[in-house]
Structures are given as C-alpha cells and as structure tokens.
Ligand binder design. Structure first.
Ligand code: GLV
Length: 288
C-alpha cells in the first residue's frame, strides 16, 4: 500500500502497475512524500511498523528526520541529477528576470501604467561581466556556474566555510544551491547581507531558511542590496507581505524543478526505488 501525493498521471499509472495506491499513509509499506510533508518520528509511527521506504519526490531531504527513519530501518530516497538542469535554468531565469526587470515591466503593463520608450526607461543590468557567486558547489551549483558563464558572467563556486564573507563582498549575483541543514540554516544572515554590495542581488532556489528572511527584508527595504529573486521561503507556503510589496523582488512558488521532463523523471526515480525495496528486496541507488 502506498500514498500518492498528487503525482503526474503517468507516475500514478506506473505505481498502479505494481502497488495498491491509497490516499492515506496509515498502513502503507511505502510512501511518496514531498518537501511539504514533514517526515518525523510522529509521521513514521502514524504510518506504522510495516513501513519500509519513504521515497521523497525531491532532491532536498530537509523535510525528513533521517535519524528517525534510520532507527526504524526505513529506507529514504531522493531524486538527484534529473532535476539539476531544470533547477539551474530556473535560477538563471530568476536572476535575468530581476536584472532585466522583466517581472517589474510585466506588472507595470498589467497595471496599465502610462509608458513610452525612453533612453533611461526601466534600464536594468546584464549578466555579462558580472561576478556570479554560487554558494553550494554541488550538481545544481556547478550547472548554474556553467550557464552563467555562457551568459558572460564570471562564476565562483563557494562552499560554506569557504571565505563566504569575502566572496559575498565581491559578488554581483549570489545564487544559493546548498541543502538546508543545521549548518546552513540562516547561512545568509544580517552579517552576510551587510557584506554584499548595494548593487548585488540574491537568488534563492535552495531552501527558504538558508536565508534569514526577516534580515533579507530589512536589507532590501534599506537598499543595502539591490534585489532578490526567490523560489523558496522561510515559512513556506507563507510569503511575507513585505516581500510582495517590493518591486525589486521576483517571486516564484517553489517551482525550480517544475518542468514536465524533470517531474516525470523524479517520479520514475521514486517508482524505481519503491520497486527495488518492496518488490526486489534490494537497496535503490538513490537511497540516502
Ligand atoms: C525541490 O525543492 C527539491 O528539493 O527537489
């Protein structure tokens, strides 16, 4: 028995070939979870002792208490690789939307603001020649660096302890690609934001809580950084009124991996993991 969490029809069909699907996790041998589901001891105990695998329909696993799963002998899997390009594309798309004021221009037209072409009308910035700081040198971060370089930016890949403040001070565009862990919680805080140039912009497609959102709002309101492009939020799905009120902010609802291809491939990784554990009795390659 398995729980499906609003998966694409193709994935539901694949699952239905081998498993009995239920909406309720209680009594399931495997569950498909999303970043919106907190998988902790209470959740696992509510599902029951027969549970053998939690297949997370995401690469990030900060929603899962791995120790609680491990204590109960439950396999946890995620969906690496197949969403790398989609997520990197989205990060670059957000950065371009912000730098080139695409969403701002779209909003102005929808409001029917009067306008005409002018040499200084809605002038933005190019990616070309910018210092691109990628925080989190994993698969997605490396792909962002590649795409940024193709657009003429100069990428630097940085790990957590890796002279972050120094790198922040020289970045024009800073894009976050690290997992959310106790060590990266509020990695970008008041100090980090203060280190950034007033012309710099922050892009977050990682997890909201990697940034201290209250401190980010203060920095944006004070103009101590030039803008932010956010796909993730500290108190997701809540998005603060202060962010919504700012013109120099681009917001999307946690859709960085949401291409048809990526979401199907992610689903197939979940299906293969469930088959491996429940039908074939072997550990799946994407087990954490
Ligand atoms: C989505 O946020 C993911 O971690 O895959």
């Amino acid at each position: 028995m398995h729980e499906t969490a609003g998966v694409p029809a193709e994935i539901e069909q694949e699952l239905a070939r081998d498993f009995d699907l239920t909406e309720s996790a209680h009594g399931a041998h495997g569950v498909v979870t999303t970043p919106a589901v907190r998988v902790d001891a209470t959740f696992l105990d509510a599902v029951g002792p027969q549970l053998r695998i939690v297949a997370n329909y995401a690469v990030g696993i900060d929603n899962i208490d791995r120790e609680a799963a491990c204590d109960r002998g439950i396999v946890v899997t995620n969906t690496p690789d197949v969403l790398t390009n989609a997520t990197a594309e989205h990060a670059i798309g957000l950065a371009l939307s912000l730098l080139r004021r695409i969403c701002e221009g779209d909003r102005a037209l929808r409001r029917r603001d009067p306008w005409e072409w002018g040499p200084d009308f809605m002038v933005g910035d190019s990616f070309e020649g910018k210092e691109l700081l990628v925080v989190g040198p994993g698969r997605i971060g490396r792909r962002v660096a590649q795409l940024g370089e193709a657009l003429g930016a100069r990428p630097t890949l940085s790990g957590r302890g890796d002279d972050l403040l120094e790198h922040l001070a020289s970045a024009d565009v800073m894009s976050l690609h690290c997992p959310l862990t106790p060590e990266t919680h509020h990695l970008i805080d008041t100090h980090g934001l203060a280190a950034m140039k007033p012309t710099a912009v922050l892009v977050n497609t990682a997890r909201g809580a990697v940034v201290d959102e209250a401190a980010l709002i203060v920095a944006l309101q004070a103009g101590s950084i030039a803008g932010a492009a956010l796909d993730v939020f500290e108190y997701e799905p809540a998005v603060s009124d202060e962010l919504l009120a700012l013109e120099n902010v681009v917001l999307t609802p946690h859709i960085a991996s949401a291409t048809h291809d990526a979401r199907l491939a992610m689903g197939m990784l979940c299906v293969s993991a469930l088959r491996a554990v429940l039908l074939e009795g072997r550990p799946p390659p994407n087990a954490i």
